[in-house]
Ligand binder design. Structure first.
Ligand code: ADP
Length: 724
């Protein structure tokens, strides 16, 4: 593709990337070729690069329209860190700053300019642009132009004038909203001419989806968080009160969590958001008010503590996980009552149409939660696409984590016939009551205890039967009808009654067990070094007043901890390291890597394409010398020597020396941290450990702002175990 020559080089130089993601090449081609385009890619699909890379390549300035002012600043900071001349202009900036930006635009010193739609359409600014027509116009979050989208913004309608104002300039629209309706509306509203329409797959293969019945919310949330220690996670709750309660429980249990919802004072909300972005806390517990305008790429888990109100919402909220393309988990915890909570809220909507659409979407969401087909496939189908492969290898259904009841057909038939015996006039609650033989007044008064299906599932709990009913709705055997959600049989339900179809019913959920997230994105990565690099990243981010993920994404840090380069040349090989970043803070990262590897005798300059040779088993003889050395080392520690001096004196690594010291502290039940850790430092570590737990040395390291070393923490924790 001759037209996009130099793009690969630009990509490597500024972003440190070598491979384009699906459709990025085509999208970049459309921009450079000057043809209007609409690019639809899921969140995290890499839309920004589609206009940012050509902006560097082409003469003149690219104008990017974006509705989210907070995101705009992050985008600009990110570009500047990559060595791209970027600026933004919006009405929240002081006049002097705006004037300064305008001056730089006039001088032709800006490659990418982010503007809010209302700022762009101001007459003075339009005059300036007419004098210096931009290379192209990119409309980010373009679905905001459509009333059919979920996020219509009236100020976006103004953008329809751009075509007439800048007749020779190509327009490019970017969105993550897939529906055909919205896409057509974008073309129409923006008056695009024969646009290139590029629609990517909406599948996010790195997201691992699972659904669990909510049995013990705190326990289930903690299970997920524990799989992602010291990593970022978002927990969404339906109600504010739930947010407050869960955040307090998590904090009480030592997790670094904060609450976020519209009922909190602005300052508190802002503080929580900033702490999350700066990675001073790991978990944010929030209502759906949280997330817009947050571009954090390394969120490793998104947990829904209750059913979302539509699959659009679920896709958008869960999609905030793993934007960097690395594995992340999306766990949905739900209970039958969630449906009623939303139903009540939706029924308060003003228009009949809104109520109808709202309930339909809620029904689809509930069907997903109670469904038993591959989660990736279910979401894709909802958005009109399908999954190519049989097994997504990234959801509870495909992992085979779900356990099905053995006699599902007979059980389902009992439920279906009970619905029929109740003349299809009652909802799930009464039906479950009848099946389990409830003595509730309303059931006895109506004479339901006379029915042949009364008590047919008496051995099961009402709650389980209620869940099974939802599962039958989810699989299309039953449907909810009318204002009161009365249950009715579908044609498929009749087929099951006749024994021609077998529904799948989940076994009673006990404690959910799930395998840990496993992906090869960790292959060859030294986790200790990764943690050390995260601490450095946070330090650099603080100095430069940018969010941590703008310095480097998790993918880049993992690649560093895998390759462990010794030089800047080697550092530039790391995916995600461009020249500007290598120049600005490469030395510090290389030095941290060197120090870490030296103290642990770790190999450096590893080529990840070469498979590691398995280490030979240690010979017996070595074991003997080690034992001898252990004895000698213990004597030296008794005399108060440091691990470094013991390591040097006995010719063992510092890690080995430290390990001997820790074992010795354990064996002798020492309670005095000195001389290895000063009393003062010990007290500081101990006080944090009492709060966050002794199993989280990284969390302690971060709480203490890196003012203590990792080794000091390990020694202090060993002493603390003996002291308490
Ligand atoms: P979107 O706007 O579509 O949600 P972004 O443009 O924010 O997605 O990209 C998501 C993440 O993927 C960012 O961290 C970005 O730097 C990274 N990324 C984009 N393209 C590539 C690529 N070709 N190789 C590696 N990482 C990429």
């Amino acid at each position: 593709m001759a037209t996009i020559d130099r793009i690969d080089e630009i990509l490597k130089r500024h972003w440190g990337y070598e491979i384009l993601r699906p459709l990025q090449r085509e999208a970049i081609g459309a921009v450079i070729g000057g043809r209007d385009s609409v690019v639809v890619l899921p969140t995290g699909g890499g839309k920004s690069l589609c206009f940012q890379a050509p902006a560097v390549r082409m003469d003149g300035m690219a104008v990017v329209v974006s509705p989210l002012i907070s995101l705009m600043k992050d985008q600009v900071d990110g570009l500047v860190e990559c060595g791209v001349a970027a600026e933004c202009l919006n009405s929240s900036q002081p006049t002097s700053v705006q004037e300064d930006v305008v001056r730089r635009v006039q001088q032709g010193a800006v490659d990418v300019l982010y503007v809010s739609p209302e700022r762009l359409m101001m007459e003075g600014f339009l005059r300036l642009l007419k004098a210096r027509p931009p290379a192209f116009l990119a409309i980010d979050e373009a679905h905001c132009v459509s009333m059919w989208g979920h996020d219509f913004r009236p100020e976006y309608r103004q953008l329809g004038r751009l075509r007439d104002l800048f007749p020779g300039v190509a327009l490019h629209a970017y969105t993550a909203t897939a529906t055909e309706h919205v896409r057509r509306d974008i073309v129409e509203q923006l008056h695009l001419v024969a646009p290139e329409i590029l629609v990517g797959s909406f599948d996010r293969p790195n997201l691992i989806y699972s659904v669990e019945r909510r049995i013990d919310l705190e326990r289930q949330v903690r299970d997920v968080l524990d799989r992602h220690r010291d990593e970022s996670a978002i927990v969404y709750c339906i109600r504010r009160a739930d947010v407050d309660a869960l955040a307090a429980q998590l904090r009480g249990a030592g997790y670094r969590a904060a609450a976020y919802h519209a009922g909190l004072p602005d300052a508190e909300r802002k503080r929580a958001q900033e702490a999350f972005i700066a990675e001073e806390i790991d978990t944010i517990v929030a209502t759906v008010a949280f997330g817009m305008g947050i571009d954090k790429s390394n969120v490793r888990a998104v947990i829904h503590a209750g059913l979302p109100k539509s699959l659009e919402h679920y896709q958008q909220e869960s999609g905030r996980a793993g934007r960097d393309g690395l594995d992340a988990e999306c766990v949905l915890l739900h209970a039958a009552g969630d449906y009623g909570v939303w139903k009540y809220i939706i029924e308060q909507s003003e228009s009949e149409e809104a109520r109808e659409i709202g309930l339909k979407k809620l029904g689809d969401m509930s069907a997903y939660a109670n469904g038993v087909i591959c989660r990736h496939r279910a979401i894709l189908r909802y958005f009109g696409q399908d999954l190519e492969s049989e097994n997504c290898k990234a959801c509870d259904v495909c992992f085979g984590d779900l356990e099905f009841a053995d006699d599902a057909l007979v059980t389902a038939q009992k439920i279906l016939s009970c619905v029929y015996r109740l003349d299809e006039r009652y909802g799930g609650d009464v039906t479950a009551g009848v099946l389990t033989g409830s003595r509730e007044q309303r059931i006895v008064d109506a004479g339901h205890d006379e029915l042949s299906t009364y008590g047919l599932l008496g051995a099961q709990s009402k709650r389980l039967v209620r869940d099974w009913i939802e599962q039958l709705v989810g699989q299309g055997y039953l449907e909810k009808r009318g204002e009161y959600n009365v249950l009715g049989l579908t044609p498929r339900g009749w087929e099951a009654l006749r024994g021609h179809e077998t529904p799948r019913l989940l076994k009673p959920a006990e404690r959910p067990t799930r395998r840990a997230v496993a992906g090869d994105s960790w292959a060859g990565v030294d986790r200790g070094l990764f943690d050390a690099l995260r601490v450095l990243r946070r330090e650099v981010a603080r100095e430069r007043h940018v969010p941590a993920y703008i310095v480097f994404g998790d993918a880049a840090l993992r690649d560093m901890a895998r390759r462990r380069p010794t030089s800047i040349e080697g550092f530039l090989e790391v995916s995600g390291v461009g020249q500007a970043k290598a120049r600005q803070y490469g030395d510090r990262f290389v030095a941290t890597i060197a120090e870490y590897c030296r103290s642990r005798a770790l190999e450096q300059d590893v080529d990840p394409s070469v498979r590691p040779v398995p280490k030979p088993k240690p010979k017996r003889r070595r074991r003997k010398t080690l034992d001898l050395k252990t004895g000698l080392a213990r004597e030296r520690f008794e005399r108060g020597e440091s691990p470094a001096s013991v390591a040097e004196g006995l010719g063992v690594s510092e890690t080995a020396a430290l390990k001997i010291l820790l074992d010795w502290i354990d064996a002798t039940q020492r309670t005095d941290p000195e001389p290895w850790v000063s009393r003062d430092t010990y007290e500081r570590i101990a006080s944090v450990a009492r709060r966050v737990g002794t199993a989280r040395p990284m969390a302690i390291l971060r709480e203490l702002d890196g003012a203590v070393t990792h080794d000091e923490i390990r020694i202090a924790l060993a002493i603390l175990e003996n002291a308490e």
